[in-house]
Design a binder for this molecule. Structure first.
Ligand code: GCW
Length: 705
């Protein structure tokens, strides 16, 4: 009797300790591939019918990955794992290529290419089945993830008729990961590549990383930092990269490496890395041959040259095309490519925003066919908001790649909730000329925000930026709010009111950070080196264009960088219609105003306020928006599992403090240079300017090794 009572008390205790619904504690590791919550009816009933998966035998590793994911997903969502079957029984999911497609079903094979897929529900011999159809196994893998996404986002599974084909061929992550596992601009722990233990020991994360990327359709990854060490090209490191390539291959992901331009000197003992020197060319050829012996499907090289102290062809009086073409020649016999970055700037540039275009545009048409010039979204550096880069549309005879930053170097690291979907959307849809930026590019690269943190990205909401990058790289036409919605449904909850509320928070968050950091086209006001926090006063760095004062140019007379024909004339790098528009403040979008114009403090804004009053109002609005995010999130308690709710709430509290700090420090500083009183009713900064100036952050993360 006593034992019985004890057991009962024990059970009761266990029950009390379990979180509501006894769901396992969520730590974010499963990303958007949680497959936990059973979706509401009627979706649940439809899902429950998927008890058989029909597929070709013997299955390739890629097809096995697709089937495994479907089994895992359906098992998680319904509690019952489907079995493989040869028969199209009622409710079956059928993975079909032209080789095993059922007779009499018309499918648009010719339009699907290598990676596209179709999801279609239909009746076959009286049975209701779902076809996942593609030309290749990797297409089936993408289709399987698409079906699981549809299942979790409330799409009617009994009436599926979807076709998806990627619009941009190369969709890559760029890891700025160093060989010692530090990550330049990384805010999510250490590098997930355990170089020391590779190739012998394979962390389970590598496969989960590949699943996450494949679920978005990403098809390449550059493993190491563009500030590259030559060591990554040595035989031991190639063996390590090959081990990762082996894990990623079934998931359709190719491995690429950042290459250090001076490697022939550092590794090969040559006296030069001159791209026109025959011995240098021979060295790279031999290196490429060696790489392809080790990694037969190697993607190619990413190169940062003659930028921020990296070696490059200009060290030998050659140009970027000479450098890129030499590497391209070595890779071409193997089908490899070179991504050559256009992020360059020299100490003597009169306007740093103009340098990339000035160096690269004249080389249009001079790059080899397998070179892609990789251009950041804006001409400065991943700011909260930048106008689109003037190189888009300006190099019609050169394949271009768009480089976006997923890690938030200038947007509050992984502490601030900033959903980058709207930023990505803004640049992808910008129209440099008749076509959008998305239509001008053949590749899209995102600087990764992945690390060893249990939740991968440093915070729950930062996962959404990885997700949005991948989804929008696959389909740049997707609206960022729709992408946010599907992410929330898979990651947090499918309860409609909660979903709406979280999506609203996410879409508002980007404008909020612009407001509290760099409103109205201001840029690069961040702290020296680490880029944490405000430092608009910094004016003593060695290079003019490292100083915030260089970018904002605030003084008694006004504020802003004059890039009009009266100033640096960088506007002339845009197509004529844009150049004309951007030449005059009245026709420049207000969001970019101080990027292109230096204007007096009493300049009249669209709101009717003076520029000074508008600037202060924007800073205030930014802080208020973060306050509103906190309130909205607090209202979601009970809809979100306790641990993640508390975690996000803690991050938002810090974000609000830091938004205030940004606002106060910037207003204090700009007031000190404008000499103007604060507009009536505005709260004065909490502390004197010198207190903000005195802050130091010697151990801020993300500086790399
Ligand atoms: O300005 C920057 C970052 C650097 C980065 C560089 C680049 C990898 O602050 O950390 O270096 O851009 O994109 O090359």
């Amino acid at each position: 009797m006593k034992i019985w009572i004890q057991a009962l008390a024990g059970l009761l205790l266990v029950a009390l300790l379990q979180p509501a619904g006894s769901a396992p504690v969520e730590d974010g590791y499963d990303l958007w591939l949680r497959y936990r919550a059973l979706p509401p009816a009627p979706q649940a009933q439809l899902l429950a019918r998927a008890r058989r998966i029909v597929h070709a035998e013997p299955a390739s590793p890629t097809l096995q990955a697709a089937v495994a994911e479907l089994k895992r997903g359906v098992a998680g969502l319904t509690g019952r794992e489907p079995a493989s079957s040869a028969q199209p029984v009622d409710g079956a999911l059928m993975l079909v290529t032209p080789a095993n497609a059922p007779a009499g079903v018309e499918l648009p094979w010719g339009q699907l290419g290598r990676e596209g897929h179709v999801l279609r529900s239909l009746r076959l011999g009286g049975r209701a089945v779902t076809l996942i159809a593609a030309n290749t196994d990797v297409g089936l893998l993408y289709g399987s993830f698409a079906w699981l996404r549809a299942a979790q986002t409330g799409i009617d599974l009994s009436r599926l008729d979807q076709r998806a084909v990627p619009q941009v061929g190369l969709r890559l992550l760029n890891h700025w990961d160093n060989l010692d596992r530090t990550v330049e601009r990384g805010y999510a722990g250490a590098s997930i590549w355990d170089w020391w233990k590779l190739p012998g020991i394979l962390d389970a994360r590598y496969k989960d990383y590949a699943r996450a990327n494949a679920s978005l359709g990403l098809n390449g990854t550059v493993l190491n930092n563009v500030n590259a060490k030559a060591d990554s090209l040595t035989a031991p490191f190639l063996a390590k990269a090959a081990a990762l390539a082996h894990v990623f291959r079934p998931y359709g992901i190719k491995v690429w490496l950042s290459a250090r331009f001076s490697a022939p000197v550092e590794l090969g003992g040559l006296t030069t890395a001159d791209p026109l020197d025959p011995a240098v060319r021979a060295w790279w050829k031999a290196k490429a041959d060696e790489i392809y012996r080790t990694i037969p499907d190697f993607g190619g090289f990413l190169v940062k040259a003659n930028s921020e102290g990296q070696p490059g062809p200009q060290d030998y009086g050659r140009n970027h095309a000479d450098g890129a073409n030499m590497l391209a020649e070595a890779l071409a016999p193997h089908g490899g490519r070179v991504m050559w970055r256009a992020f360059v700037y020299a100490p003597d540039a009169s306007d740093r925003a103009a340098q990339g275009h000035a160096e690269f545009q004249p080389l249009d048409g001079r790059f080899a066919a397998n070179v892609i010039v990789q251009v950041k979204n804006g001409a400065i550096d991943f700011q909260p908001r930048e106008p689109f880069h003037p190189l888009f549309g300006a190099m019609p005879r050169t394949p271009l790649a768009l480089e976006l930053q997923i890690t938030k170097e200038y947007l509050g690291f992984s502490t601030h909730l900033v959903y980058l979907g709207p930023l990505f959307e803004e640049v992808l849809r910008a129209r440099p000329d008749g076509a959008t930026v998305a239509q001008h590019v053949q590749a899209i690269a995102g600087v990764a925000n992945v690390g060893t943190d249990r939740n991968w990205s440093g915070s729950d909401f930062d996962q959404a930026n990885w997700y949005a990058f991948g989804r929008m790289a696959w389909d740049p036409g997707l609206a960022s709010a729709d992408v946010a919605r599907e992410w929330v449904q898979q990651t947090f909850t499918s309860a409609p009111r909660a979903v709406d509320s979280i999506v609203a928070m996410m879409t508002a968050s980007r404008e909020a950070v612009v407001d509290y950091m760099t409103p109205l086209g201001l840029h690069h006001l961040m702290g020296t080196g680490h880029h944490h926090g405000p430092a608009p006063w910094v004016d003593n760095l060695e290079r003019a264009d490292w100083n915030p004062v260089y970018f904002h140019r605030a003084g008694r007379d006004g504020i802003g960088f004059d890039r009009s024909p009266r100033g640096s004339n960088a506007v002339a790098q845009y197509a004529p219609a844009w150049a004309a528009r951007l030449s005059r403040p009245e026709t420049t979008p207000e969001a970019w105003l101080l990027w292109f114009h230096h204007l007096p403090w009493d300049y009249r804004m669209a709101s009717g306020r003076s520029l000074w009053a508008e600037l202060v109002a924007r800073y205030d609005r930014g802080v208020e928006s973060v306050g509103a995010l906190r309130v909205q999130w607090a209202g979601l308690r009970g809809h979100i599992d306790a641990r993640r709710h508390a975690d996000v709430a803690a991050h938002l509290a810090v974000q609000e403090q830091e938004a205030r700090w940004w606002r106060d420090a910037c207003i204090a500083y700009f007031q000190s240079v404008s000499g103007l009183p604060l507009p009536a009713g505005v709260r004065p900064p909490e502390q004197p300017l010198d207190a903000y100036k005195a802050l130091r952050f010697n151990f801020a993360p993300g500086r790399g090794g």
